[in-house]
Ligand binder design. Structure first.
Ligand code: UD1
Length: 420
């Protein structure tokens, strides 16, 4: 198994281009199942999770044409298979996003039940409850969710008990083809949900309240052609900015949507970064200074994103002062801190709270990635540490960061992939 070898410390300097958003591309690819026509999706990131979703569409019988720039032309009008098999769902939980579209368009779906994962139990009860409210008949058999709606779905008033990104997306997609009006209250407002809603509108869906916590969907009979470019990845952008801040560097992040990063940029300023923001770029300069520790409290958008928590925990561990990190979304999402402590970090965990005391410096060590964003935090820690850090299980990082080592190398990091 390949590993990443980082020789630190280094200071990140230079320019980096952000790829298309993984968390936006996945539901958009799933939503293409709703269309009777041909949809063209551009700016897809080159990532393992995207390949898994393409494999899944392929095994449902979707016609796909991929160009060299990772644009993809999709026609799902004539599929004959409605099963998302265990082998694919177990490698990527977001496979559950095909459930709503298959059900709404074809009246049936069979999707392997996703298990827990390293960051927590991650139930899908709210996805299923929402689809049932739209009239689906749902049962679980042999580890598979069997969903049926032979006469189509019907609009309903759905209140989401908890803010869920995937749950909102599944229900929104299904409601687009349901008969009549659906109202989704306490909907997730994440920019990726907005991107999906805009894609659905581009295919002909009628959605109001996009970007708010109440989505009003008037179901249409069918959806058609669209040509859509996936939004930039705000988490990839944020990760490079934090890496630069932690290494006391100065970078320009290009092809980004700064408006999606307000909570992250506010924390970077608090940490002592000088920021400048344009329409599609952000520059950060630490002027060679050590960052100041910041307190983090994760919550649904527009509050601070859980997907940036681990990176800020790494920053805090090399900062001046003490930062408290409270994780409210996923129960196990502080596990990477044990690996960081092996590098000399001073982090104590109490329930869902980590108290991070800044240290004079970290020391390189062999460490193991436990999930996608945790692996990014170990890379940041490795960039700050004296000596060699060897990050194992980097398949996690390849799920969400396009060409991480090439992009980091261009910024001056000494990082390379080595055989395991
Ligand atoms: C998405 C993102 C992930 C991000 C997360 C929170 C994708 C592919 N992944 O994951 O990167 O960290 O949003 O911003 O977009 N929950 C329930 N019942 C449900 C669904 C969720 O209790 O039916 C709970 C979850 O366990 C969690 C919380 O709700 O505690 C939020 O989860 P959710 O927003 O659904 O996360 P994902 O869509 O899986």
């Amino acid at each position: 198994m390949e590993k990443l070898l980082i020789s630190g410390p280094s200071t990140l300097r230079g320019e980096v281009r952000v790829s298309g958003s993984k968390n936006s591309a996945l539901p958009i690819l799933a939503a293409s199942l709703l269309s009777e026509g041909r949809v063209l999706v551009r700016n897809l990131p080159h990532l393992n999770d995207i390949t898994t979703m393409i494999d899944l569409l392929n095994c449902l019988g979707v016609e796909l044409l991929i160009d060299e720039k990772l644009g993809i032309e999709i026609c799902a009008a004539n599929i004959e298979e409605y099963t998302a098999p265990y082998d694919l769902v177990k490698t990527m939980r977001a496979s559950i996003l095909v459930l709503g579209p298959l059900l709404a368009h074809f009246g049936r779906a069979r999707v392997s039940f996703p298990g827990g994962c390293a960051i927590g139990s991650r139930p899908i009860d709210l996805h299923l409850r929402g689809l049932e409210a739209l009239g689906a008949d749902i049962s679980v058999d042999g580890g598979y969710i069997e969903a049926k709606a032979p006469n189509g779905l019907t609009g309903a008033h759905i209140f989401m008990d908890k803010v869920t990104v995937g749950g909102t997306e599944n229900i929104l997609m299904a409601a687009s083809l349901a008969k009549g009006r659906s109202i989704i209250e306490n909907a997730a407002r994440e920019p990726e949900v907005v991107d999906l809603a805009n894609f659905l509108v581009a295919m002909g869906a009628k959605i109001e309240g996009i970007g708010s916590d109440t989505l009003v969907v008037d179901g249409v009979e069918k959806l058609g052609d669209a040509d859509f470019s996936v939004m930039p990845d705000r988490i990839e952008a944020g990760t490079f900015l934090v890496a630069a801040a932690a290494t006391r560097g100065s970078i320009l992040v290009k092809d980004v949507d700064p408006t999606a990063l307000d909570a992250v940029l506010a924390k970077l300023e608090e940490a002592g970064a000088t920021l400048e923001v344009g329409d599609d770029w952000i520059s950060l300069d630490m002027q060679g200074r050590k960052p100041r520790a910041v307190d983090i409290h994760t919550a649904p958008y527009p509050a601070f994103p859980t997907d940036m928590q681990a990176q800020f925990t790494a920053l805090n561990s090399v900062a001046d002062g003490v930062g408290t990190v409270v994780e409210t979304i996923f129960e196990n999402r502080l596990i990477q801190t044990h690996e960081m402590n092996r590098m000399g970090a001073d982090i104590t965990i109490n329930g869902n709270t980590a108290v991070v005391r800044g240290t004079e410096g970290l020391k390189g060590a062999p460490v193991m990635a436990t999930d996608l964003r945790a692996s990014a935090s170990l890379v940041i820690a490795g960039l700050c540490a004296e000596g060699e850090t060897l990050v194992d299980r980097i398949y996690h990082i390849d799920r969400g960061y396009e060409c991480i080592e090439e992009k980091m190398q261009l910024l001056g990091a000494r990082i390379r992939r080595v055989p395991g």
